[in-house]
Design a protein around this ligand. Sequence first.
Ligand code: NAD
Ligand code: TYD
Length: 357
Amino acid sequence: MNRRLLVTGGAGFIGANFVHHWCQLYPSDRVVVLDALTYAGNRRNLASLEGKENFRFVKGDICDRAIVDQLLRSEEIEAIAHFAAESHVDRSILGPAAFIQTNVVGTFTLLEAFREYWEAKAKPSSYRFLHVSTDEVYGSLGPDDPAFSETTPYAPNSPYSASKAGSDHLVRAYHHTYKLPTIITNCSNNYGAFQFPEKLIPLMCINILLGKPLPIYGNGKNVRDWIYVSDHCQALDVVINHGNPGETYNIGGNNEVENIQIVQTLCQMIDELVPDLPVSPAEKLITFVKDRPGHDWRYAINANKIKTQLGWTPSVTITEGLRLTVEWYLNHRDWWESLLSEAYYDYYRKNYLQSQN
Ligand code: NAD
Ligand code: TYD
């Protein structure tokens, strides 16, 4: 095909998985990653691609219009897959400014640059701007509410989800106003390889291995709709190749699980796989802490549209996915150990959890 793709945030969790997916499936395409390498970005996530002819890594900020302009033109980019973001709710509660800057201003900068570039090329209809977003823009569900669909009104509750909602609205408006060929995807909670150990699943895996407390916010009954990251990447592939400009597609894993059940499952899996844990059984480490402010109760995705219109469904069950994830963290101790030395790993315990109870 020889397409030319710009992937923002490609050194982060989902972005890196997506880059590996794309390079493996479409080796004759060129993939250019633009990533600022914040605390969440890690060049090691892309190590196996370094030096490959069709892959290029550029360290840079999506808010830097000059870099974006230069890359679009020099690489003759045909599609942007936009992952770059500040992505963690807890951090957004403690420091929202970076979320507004990257998620809103950064997305605006990319949209403006891409619009000008696309217009100068006489508006090719095959070009794409894929905006990777979250189901958190829809707000919180009660236990019996129907799952989020593409027509659910936006009601973001955290600075993170509000900043993503703002960026979604800009992307939608650029299609409506300028006919820029944008597509938005709103996906549920991802898990899998390369996820930074501040999010629930990798944090719990690592704390079990280290014998550290497993902090459960509130009563642990909050529900998330988990999707294994490779399923998300496959869905994004289908959307780039077959999705319609101007559309939104919800992506979810059909796996609604309470947080406490996730943590108990991880404890049991790791108990079985690692006979000499520092604390065993690992469930002894479970510690209920004061709830996250504004903690959304439940997320659930209705993914019928992408299923019926584009033929995508998730393929990895939660048990298979958790098993693969646990094995990845067990086999990549050097990857996460190198992150532990950084002050940010204990960010919440120092800044937030320690002040609770
Ligand atoms: P992540 O935090 O792991 O990675 C974000 C990446 O963006 C990092 O590599 C970081 O260095 C880079 N980045 C941050 N600010 C930047 C800037 N100003 N310029 C250039 N690069 C910058 O995030 P993730 O979990 O991989 O999420 C990727 C995208 O998917 C985000 O847009 C997020 O909102 C969305 N999303 C995530 C989930 C999830 O469960 N993780 C679910 C749905 C949607
Ligand atoms: P998280 O991985 O931060 O994702 P999000 O807030 O975007 O859903 O959290 C997933 C769920 O797990 C959420 O309900 C908050 C909860 N949680 C804990 O109970 N303890 C923790 O240490 C973390 C990080 C999250």
